[in-house]
Design a protein around this ligand. Structure first.
Ligand SMILES: [Zn+2]
Ligand SMILES: [Zn+2]
Length: 212
């Protein structure tokens, strides 16, 4: 008979601690916070009241009073976890940077964040990619992506660098130099494909736009 009585009993109120936890997870989701990954698994949290806390995911600690004094899993720790899971904040080991061409936010390995240029998937050029020359509309095939800057690569024996060459001056002089060929310069002959001129031309990275 004990069982029957229990079935009809009104639901027990949530224990205080659990109700507290519930409220915390709602606040963790809904309160306005700005989260910035600083590297080394440290995240800076800006609250709507202008307070700044640091969350360290390596040790699962937060500098807020809720965590420091009450030793609970505070809303900041929760929020960082949520934002990472949902892809809005970089996970530990990565940092947010902007694509050099379109400004889209992307996450890169924190060890490579000092590199001069970062590109989103659409704007990543690699050998074999077809591209459009933004100046002329010509279609080219990328054969080489160098790690040298446009302002440090000279064009032949001229006084120009890739950055100062006419038509290249409106592009970032720190762009990487990309080598590309005109695929229409390859001619099909009885002996197979024969390039009549397979010269590799140098371009500042952002002058070339990837095409499908
Ligand atoms: Zn906290
Ligand atoms: Zn981009």
């Amino acid at each position: 008979m004990t069982q029957a009585r229990n079935t009809h009993a009104s639901p027990a109120p949530l224990p205080a601690a659990e109700a507290d936890l519930d409220r915390r997870s709602i606040r963790a989701r809904t309160e306005p916070m700005t989260i910035t990954a600083l590297g080394d698994a440290i995240y800076e949290i800006g609250t709507e009241h202008g307070t700044t806390y640091l969350v360290d995911l390596a040790s699962n600690r937060c500098s807020c009073p809720d965590h420091t004094y009450r030793d609970v899993r505070c809303k900041h720790l929760r929020r960082v976890a949520i934002e990472i899971t949902e892809g809005r904040v970089p996970p530990p080991g990565k940092l947010a940077v902007e694509c050099d061409v379109c400004g889209e936010e992307l996450f890169v390995d924190e060890r490579t964040v000092q590199e001069e240029s970062h590109y989103c998937e659409t704007h990543t050029l690699e050998p074999g990619a077809f591209v459009r020359d933004r100046e002329t509309g010509d279609r080219l095939l990328v054969v080489h992506v160098s790690d040298r800057r446009a302002d440090r690569v000279r064009i032949g024996e001229s006084a120009y660098s890739v950055a100062t060459y006419p038509n290249n001056r409106s592009y970032d002089p720190t762009d990487s130099v990309v080598g590309a060929v005109y695929p229409q310069s390859v001619e099909m002959t009885g002996r197979g494909p024969e390039p009549d001129e397979l010269r590799v031309y140098s371009f500042p990275y952002s002058r070339l736009e990837r095409i499908a």
